[in-house]
Design a protein around this ligand. Sequence first.
Ligand SMILES: Cc1ncc(COP(=O)(O)O)c(C=O)c1O
Length: 381
Amino acid sequence: MNCQKHLFSIDPEVTYLNCAYMSPLMDSVVEAGIKGIKRKQHPWGVKGEDFFDESNELRNEFAKLINTPEPNRCVIIPSVSYGLANVANNLKLSEDDEILVVSEQFPSNVYPWRKIAEESRARIITITPPQTTENRTKLWNDYILNAITPKTKLVACAHIHWADGALFDLVSIREKTKEVGALLVVDGTQSLGALPFDVHRIKPDALIAAGYKSLMGPYSIGMAYYSEAFDSGTPIEENWINRYKSEDFANLVNYSDDYQPQALRYEVGEHSNFILVPMMLEALKILNSWGTESVKTYCDDLVREPITKLRKAGFVIEKEGARASNLFGIRLGAHHNMNEIKQKLVSFNIFVSYRGDAIRVSPNVYNDSKDLATLVQALTE
Ligand SMILES: Cc1ncc(COP(=O)(O)O)c(C=O)c1O
């Protein structure tokens, strides 16, 4: 695929390499949002079926993106913490059971586990990476696999680490969790849309993602997938639209004890958000038209040569295959100074993030080789 900068309104003076913070919106996504706002100027035009149709379409697009034939396992959520709260609400833990997380995981994927671990006197096991830069991610994955034992009840991790893009071997983690009967819950916030994720192949018990990063949607909407492991579970809220036959507005007070099918009980109340849903839908339609494999290849090709140049200048960056290309960490060599680097990047109008000891660079399809050349120039000058 070619650079898609023309679909966005990115200031030519800015080098935006910070999709992991938040993606810019495509112009057509902005238009979908404006149309959504204006809709409520004329509420007489909003019909009963409008509460359902676009949400359905959105679930279908997300199901396509993650390769599941079951869109009703995909639900609209407002945040990752919300999606994970539904998982935590249905975990049955006993004393000394273990929940496995990786070191410095995003807090929304740590606090729910800390809470339920405390309540049930279960233990959180945090897997830290090795102190070496040689084969760091490979060893880290080995540590994770070795830590999964019959005591493990849940592995909660991401597809890639949010701070430096280290790639977790979800296929092997899934295999090992299956062996011991543990759940696998994946945070796809920093990878979905930019890295292929195949539910059919990985078979996670749940997959949760915020929509405003590599999924290119607006803030305060995300998507979650829940497998059959949660089919008879309890959602964190009881709202009318998730109940059986909620489409029949005239009969809403003939209260139903049943939920909508599959995972729809876990969807957020007022999921038919007339602004955010059409925006998210437009973004996912475009992502699906590109294909996540193409986005990945685009990002791989974009960063390969610049990374080689940065390594020659003494920076430390994981090798391709062990990290993502849409998000990678640059660690400093002995002669580099982080404060000077930060100032330099500001003076070049380059936008990145700093997470842990790494400069976090997160390009996407709106970046071109000039953007990466500017980064290399600023870091090596
Ligand atoms: C890996 C990861 N998960 C989740 C989130 C957002 O979590 P929440 O939607 O709960 O605010 C972020 C935000 O930076 C993130 O990087």
